[in-house]
Design a protein around this ligand. Structure first.
Ligand code: SF4
Ligand code: SF4
Ligand code: FES
Length: 322
């Protein structure tokens, strides 16, 4: 470790990386990339306070540090545990982690409906991916499941509380990105739910971003709901002059029509530049946008099966990868 530029070396699933002190295990894993980063359903790098809620990012610390090589006694949440110099971590290479992750998925699915065939999030849902990878075909849960009516929580947004995993991301977006927050997690424990409480509705100009940060299909875009399965649409990078936001978005096209507009997400499903409601909900004409070209979807996703970006030279269809 050099004095002028102190870095910590951390090894995750046998691959080493040098990171700044204070970096979390999850972010160190993302610096390595590939298959190494654990899944993260509640952490969101641009939202303060996010993480530590869903436990999908659990990892095993098999060596604490160079100075104190003892392993950590329990699995830790990688999104909220910082690295130490010489730390060794196991993610996919740990049977304990795989077992615990299957347990977390089983718990997340206890009250979750079998809605994938009709859910707008299908094809870009992190819970669907996790259930595919770790889910069991049967449930051990024998009690009555909690259910909720669907609620309109604003002009443009519908809440399916039954699909919510209480990750708090939408609450942090409303708190940190908009002028006012009109919703939150009401009640506690197994009664906890997202709600607006006294008939308030989400209506400020950046609130549409709650839809993008929601890792599941609990918050849906009323201008797009049930219009198309996402894999039948063609996502295109597009921009427009906007006084409110950067105007950089993805327009999801069906033929020549713009069916929905979202912000641009990275391979971890995170938005780096949030967009305003006007761009998202009110600009659905092709003339409203300058279309730049096909959006490359980095995540392993059924959207990539469409091969719509075949003309883009840098594109390697994900399904054709070994
Ligand atoms: S939120 Fe995801 S897992 Fe749940 S029904 Fe929708 S697509 Fe399926
Ligand atoms: S509605 Fe979505 S973003 Fe909000 S807490 Fe539930 S799962 Fe998370
Ligand atoms: S991403 Fe770490 S606990 Fe949810």
């Amino acid at each position: 470790m050099s004095e002028t530029n102190p870095k910590f070396t951390v090894t995750i699933d046998g691959q080493s990386v040098q990171v700044d002190p204070g970096t979390t295990i999850l972010n160190a894993a993302r610096m390595i990339g590939g298959d190494v980063p654990p899944p993260a359903m509640c952490y969101y790098s641009s939202l303060k306070g996010s993480g530590g809620k869903c436990r999908t990012c659990l990892v095993e610390v098999s060596k604490g540090s160079e100075k104190d090589p003892r392993p950590m006694p329990k699995l830790v949440a990688s999104c909220s545990t910082t690295v130490m110099d010489g730390m060794e971590v196991k993610n996919k290479s740990s049977e304990k982690v795989i077992d615990a992750r299957a347990g977390v998925v089983e718990m997340l699915l206890i009250n979750h409906p079998l809605d994938c065939p009709v859910c707008d999030q299908a094809g870009e849902c992190h819970l669907q991916d996790l259930a595919y990878e770790h889910g069991k075909s049967n449930t051990r849960y024998e009690f009555e499941r909690r259910t909720f009516d669907k609620v309109d929580i604003g002009e443009y947004i519908k809440l399916h509380m039954t699909r919510c995993i209480l990750c708090y991301r939408c609450v942090y977006v409303a708190n940190q990105l908009t002028e006012q927050r009109e919703h939150g997690v009401l009640k506690r424990g197994d009664a906890a739910e997202i709600g607006t409480y006294i008939e308030k509705s989400l209506k400020n100009e950046f609130i549409g971003n709650v839809i993008d940060v929601c890792p599941v299909g609990a918050l849906t875009d009323k201008t797009f709901r049930f219009r198309s399965r996402v894999w039948y649409t063609k996502p295109m990078d597009a921009h427009r002059e906007c006084k409110c936001c950067s105007g950089k978005a993805v327009v999801w096209m069906i033929g020549d029509e713009i069916a929905r507009v979202t912000a641009r997400k990275d391979q971890y499903g995170e938005v780096k530049e949030f967009i305003c409601n006007e761009c998202r909900f009110e600009k659905k004409g092709k003339a409203d946008w300058t279309i730049e070209g096909p959006r490359h979807i980095d995540r392993s996703s059924v959207i990539s099966a469409n091969h719509y970006e075949v003309d883009a030279p840098e594109h390697t269809p994900l399904l054709n990868k070994a």
